[in-house]
Design a protein around this ligand. Structure first.
Ligand SMILES: *Cc1c(COP(=O)(O)O)cnc(C)c1O
Length: 220
């Protein structure tokens, strides 16, 4: 099933859209099946789980951290993480920068925005993000690269509401691009869309979707 699911999703993805296979809670065997279909980008939301899986699987895998990252855990993923999706504070950016420097590398990150109307979801406002980017402290961070934006829509069956939230994130990306990153081609990622809403997300400009249950089946 896993291989078939990936094939089905990829069959209908526009070429510019990256598929992140969200493998949280799933056993190594499931990730191997996905890997064998050619899937190389995997998303995890727990530090320890991502570290253990990365030790057991191919070094070709690009590991994306998609959860809420605590500062004291950045150290564990800094040597190998490929993209951190959910950054929403200057303090966390500083810590990622520090650990990236220790590992002699630059770590790519996405700023997470609050586009839903659910209190359980995290994220910055456009004003808060602008404040961070304009700060002197941010300008000193040489070992991080802000690659774009990430957000989660409200969990609802109201498609228009979801569509509007994704539009908002696309507008935030455009606005930050114009104001701060107009000369940086690397500021090009809009990470939005999960199993239930990725088609709408792509319609609204997503170029990175994070798909778990549609690939691996429901989580417990
Ligand atoms: C779990 C998770 C996903 C995948 O969710 P599905 O609905 O199973 O596709 C995507 N993004 C984030 C941030 C997640 O935590």
């Amino acid at each position: 099933m896993i291989a078939k699911n990936i094939e089905n999703i990829k069959g209908e993805l526009p070429e510019n859209v990256v598929l992140v296979a969200v493998s949280k809670t799933k056993p190594i065997e499931d990730l191997k099946i996905a890997f064998d279909t050619g899937q190389r980008v995997f998303g995890e939301n727990k530090v320890q789980e991502m570290v253990s899986k990365s030790e057991l699987l191919s070094k070709e895998i690009q590991w994306h951290f998609i959860g809420h990252l605590q500062r004291n855990k950045v150290k564990s993923i800094a040597p190998f993480v490929s993209l951190i999706h959910g950054v929403e504070s200057l303090r966390l950016l500083k810590e990622i920068n520090k650990q990236a420097a220790k590992n002699n590398r630059t770590i790519d990150i996405l700023l997470q925005f609050y586009i839903a109307d659910e209190e359980s979801k995290f994220g910055l406002s456009l004003e808060e993000a602008s404040g961070i980017i304009e700060s002197d402290a941010y300008k000193e961070l040489q070992n991080i690269c802000i690659r774009g934006v990430m957000g989660m829509a409200t969990f609802t069956s109201n498609q228009e509401k979801i569509r509007n939230e994704f539009k908002t994130l696309n507008n935030i990306h455009m606005s930050l691009k114009n104001d701060f990153f107009s000369r940086e081609d690397s500021f090009d990622v809009i990470s939005m869309g999960m199993s239930g809403d990725y088609k709408v997300a792509i319609d609204e400009g997503s170029n990175m979707i994070r798909i778990g249950s549609t690939i691996f089946g429901a989580r417990n």
